[in-house]
Write a protein that binds this ligand. Structure first.
Ligand SMILES: Nc1nc2c(c(=O)[nH]1)N[C@H]1C(S)=C(S)[C@@H](COP(=O)(O)OP(=O)(O)OC[C@H]3O[C@@H](n4cnc5c(N)ncnc54)[C@H](O)[C@@H]3O)O[C@H]1N2
Ligand code: MOO
Length: 465
């Protein structure tokens, strides 16, 4: 069974209810009240929820202005995409380093292609009608200019070799026969110019092969090399520094004594690379406000991505640090689940900071909501064409906020996956994409916008690393 089939199977077979994957701030008012009454709430209800203000066991309410600051999800993406102003810098990069970048100038042919008349087949270059006398020495690809052919003469030739002057056609090796006297005869009709690729057939020197703004794919690398390029003028890869916050994080072994494994340190760098970034550093800072301040002010990266510490707990240092350095908050909370405490700030000199919430799926949500559009603009890459698919099963929604739900893609539909709680990665690890579930939820069969995971369609190796 294919990996995708397996995933769908897993989604279908797993008959656990959604309740175990839904957390208090995912639920609607009645459900929250019921959970709180049952003394069964898996997490403190979020203060943004109306219900969370009611029961006495709920978390203390956030300042009322917070709800007003939270940005609707589509708007948050637009703000992130437009946060970077002005034209992008250009750099000259070798072909080996150019994959995934955007061309900063049109790709103009530096040569005719082919750059000389070329044989399209292995066989003989012939002059005039047969039979022909065959020269002793053949012509191979890459060999020096062959002597012109006389009428009635043929020379053995390899595909890609230079055509001798005065050749009228190439006879394929399977279409020629040599008689007792060593004379070559055609075994079928030939036309003038047959199997000769003439110089400039594909392009002339100076022709525009691709416009500025084209993404450098493997095929573009091939074309650029063929057209004579060693380096390309491109928009540089945005430089990203990742700051992993949290004293509770272990970098190896099993969780113990209240400590857990850092899931984001291993996950974010390759994900960011898949989004076109160069990850210049990953630093683990614990919950140390001074270290965070130092790291943010010392960083020269275009984008600093922090993980954790976005909420208002005693060791949540991201907001205080941003206040301290006078950063401009462009997005301070997003109406999306999971991940609503995510933020985007301008930290000076065209540099930005995306604060991802610590819960791992919430961090993924922040990555796709804020970091992806920002990196796309920094790299001058075009936005992917939005598309929708019908959901095979109903998807639970948040009453007011957008929800991003891991899905497996089944060709003409998307299958919502379980284990999609903010602290869980089990769903996303089996997913091809995230479905955008509007406030209120989606019925089975309803179309939902799909956000592809960068590796799901093309494979991890195709990510722009
Ligand atoms: N009073 C409130 N409490 C919380 C709110 C809120 O609005 N008011 N929001 C909740 C939501 S929603 C989220 S999401 C989290 C966001 O928290 P932080 O960004 O401050 O993250 P932490 O508190 O540092 O961590 C949250 C959670 O995630 C775990 N974590 C952190 N980093 C990692 C990592 N690298 N790998 C794996 N797991 C990680 C951490 O241990 C916590 O369990 O706040 C809620 N609370
Ligand atoms: O629940 Mo929190 O939405 O960001 O993980």
């Amino acid at each position: 069974m294919s990996a995708r089939g397996l995933r769908q199977d897993r989604a279908a077979d797993d008959d656990r209810g959604t309740r175990d994957t839904r957390e208090a701030d995912d639920l609607d008012v009645e459900e929250v009240l019921a959970l709180v009454k049952d003394r069964d709430a898996p997490e403190p209800a979020h203060p943004e929820e109306p219900a969370a203000r009611t029961p006495d066991r709920a978390a203390p309410p956030a300042p009322p202005e917070h709800r007003h600051r939270a940005t609707p999800w589509p708007e948050a993406r637009t703000i992130a995409a437009r946060a970077v102003r002005g034209p992008r810098a250009h750099v000259s990069v070798t072909l080996a380093d150019a994959l995934g970048l955007v061309l900063a100038a049109p790709l103009t042919a530096l040569t005719d292609l082919p750059s000389f008349d070329t044989s399209a087949m292995d066989g003989w270059a012939v002059a005039g009608p047969g039979p022909w006398r065959v020269r002793d020495e053949g012509v191979l690809a890459g060999s020096a200019a062959p002597a012109p052919l006389a009428d009635g003469e043929a020379v053995g030739i390899a595909t890609g070799a230079r055509i001798p002057a005065d050749t009228t056609a190439v006879l394929r090796s399977e279409h020629g026969r040599t008689d007792d006297q060593g004379r070559l005869h055609p075994t079928r009709d030939m036309s003038h110019g047959q199997d000769i690729r003439s110089r400039g057939q594909e392009c002339r020197s100076g022709d525009r092969l691709l416009p500025a703004g084209a993404v450098v794919t493997p095929a573009v690398l091939g074309l650029a090399a063929a057209a004579g390029y060693d380096t390309l003028a491109a928009v540089p890869r945005p430089r990203v520094e990742v700051l992993v916050l949290g004293d509770e994080l272990l970098t190896e072994g099993r969780p113990h004594d209240g400590l857990i494994r850092d899931a984001l340190g291993p996950m974010l760098p390759p994900w960011l690379r898949a989004l076109g970034a160069e990850v210049v550093a990953v630093r683990r800072l614990g919950d140390d406000a001074k270290a965070l301040h130092r790291a943010v002010t010392a960083s020269t990266a275009d984008l600093v991505v922090t993980t954790g510490g976005t909420a208002s707990g005693p060791v949540d240092h991201v907001h205080p640090t941003l206040r301290r350095i006078g950063a401009e908050l462009l997005v301070d909370g997003v109406k999306v689940r999971p991940g609503h405490p995510m933020l985007l700030a301008r930290i000076g000199d065209g540099r930005h900071l995306v604060g991802l919430p610590g819960n791992p799926l919430a961090a993924v949500s922040g990555l796709l909501t804020l970091a992806e559009p920002l990196l796309r603009t920094l790299a001058d890459r075009p936005a992917p064409e939005p598309y929708t698919l019908p959901l095979r099963d109903a998807a639970h929604g948040h009453p007011h906020d957008t929800r991003l739900v891991p899905v497996a893609l089944g060709g003409d539909h998307a299958v919502p996956l379980r284990y999609n709680g903010p602290a869980m990665l089990r769903g996303i690890a089996a997913a091809d994409a995230l479905a955008v579930v509007p406030p209120g939820g989606a019925r089975a069969g309803q179309e939902a916008e799909i956000l592809d995971l960068p590796w799901a369609t093309a494979g991890v190796d195709a990510c722009f690393t």
